[in-house]
Ligand binder design. Structure first.
Ligand code: ZN
Ligand code: ZN
Length: 385
């Protein structure tokens, strides 16, 4: 039976080879599935031998399989800086190679067989794996190597890493977000070393700097759990955040419990499988430093006590209305026309508007019947619910 199949393969092969010169790999590929053989090269060799035909220059691939060792070296070069266990190989071929492959397959009605691209990446992966002892993984490789046969080069790109952590900001005058690179507006370019930023003087910049230095990441995207002002302190256990690292070189590092980066500290930085989806509910314990236009009578401050246990309504420009709860309130006069207000409240209340603004009801100015301004505010604790 198998013998019969092979005989019919020889007949078709003879027809094909009378028109086209094919290499062992490309010839064997056309019939390997039919004969349930795994090595294209060995099958092609066998057919060539039986028919007494020699291959000079493959019509489809121009003998690319003889040059793969050169590309394996390129793959080793471009992967050398990466820490990885598993990889995937992709290839960019000249369109003419793919066209010639398609043409022969349709001319001889050969269906259900691997294309030339699959054949090449399969061979590259096999040889690369043998050289490096790394495993192939199609679904979720640590590293993807893309070999470009047009430019004779190889590019490596690693799978993103995800982290959760918290930061504390013990000094004032540090913005939360970093100004993007003025040349690329954050996309990443040569002048910012692909980071999308050139300075590291914000919380974001200081967190990213750590990831760039330690993990060799190209970029880091931070997901914030709430925000603060440039003048705010962030104390306690710190503000939680998530980070996605793009194209990291390192994947496994032992991280200290507390990390100093610039003027901030990062706590409990941990790798996580994915960044949680959807909004994250949190509670903030804040201290507001408020000044009033006129001297404040202590009894009018007491009106703020009614906030505790109640909700405030926030009217957004979009017309959306939301409610946030104030859990506790404490106040203290610090001068005839200034006071501090300590509160625990749901995350996401715009605090400036909460002191004076017509889109939050009730607000501090209305409650004490004096126009007030928020001078600054600090976060004493932030807690995920
Ligand atoms: Zn070929
Ligand atoms: Zn740039």
């Amino acid at each position: 039976m198998e013998q019969d199949k092979f005989a019919s393969v020889l007949v078709v092969s003879k027809k094909i080879l009378s028109e086209y010169d094919l290499c062992d790999n490309c010839l064997g590929r056309l019939f390997a599935k039919k004969l349930r053989l795994s090595s294209y090269k060995l099958l092609g060799k066998k057919i060539h031998k039986k028919l007494g035909i020699q291959n000079k220059k493959c019509h489809i691939c121009k003998n690319v399989f003889d040059t793969l060792h050169y590309y394996i070296e390129k793959m080793q070069d471009s992967s050398s800086q990466y820490q990885y266990k598993t990889f995937l190989v992709g290839a960019k071929l000249r369109p003419s190679v793919l066209d010639r492959d398609d043409h022969i397959r349709s001319q001889f009605k050969l269906r259900g067989i691997d294309g030339i691209k699959t054949s090449i990446t399969r061979e590259l992966a096999k040889q690369f794996s043998r050289k490096t002892n790394k495993r192939q993984n199609q679904a979720e490789p640590d590293l993807t190597l893309t070999v470009d046969f047009k430019t004779e080069s190889c590019e490596a790109h690693s799978k993103s890493l995800y982290f959760s952590g918290r930061y504390t900001k013990p000094t004032r005058d540090i913005a939360q977000k970093q100004k993007p690179c003025s040349n690329c507006l954050g996309k990443g370019c040569v002048s910012c070393h692909r980071h999308g930023m050139t300075e590291f003087d914000s919380v974001e910049g200081m967190i990213c700097k750590y990831f760039f230095d330690k993990f060799g990441a190209a970029q880091a995207k931070i997901t914030w759990i709430g925000g603060e002002d440039t003048t705010s302190l962030v104390l306690g256990k710190g503000r939680p955040f998530f980070a996605k690292l793009l194209n990291p070189k390192k994947r496994k590092l032992v991280l200290p419990k507390t990390i100093s980066s610039g003027k901030i500290k990062i706590h409990n930085l941990k790798q996580i499988p994915k960044i949680p989806q959807g909004p994250i509910q949190f509670l903030s314990k804040v201290t507001l430093y408020i000044t009033a236009e006129n001297p404040i009578a202590p009894e009018s401050l007491a009106k703020l006590d009614g906030l505790a246990g109640n909700t405030v309504a926030i009217y957004e420009k979009s017309g959306k209305r939301s409610e946030k709860k104030i859990h506790s309130v404490k106040h203290a006069l610090t001068s005839p026309n200034s006071f501090t207000l300590e509160m625990t409240l749901d995350g996401g209340v715009p605090l400036k508007h909460f002191v004076y603004g017509d889109n939050i009801f009730p607000n501090v100015s209305d409650l004490i019947s004096i126009k007030c301004a928020l001078e600054k505010f600090d976060f004493d604790q932030i807690q995920i619910r």
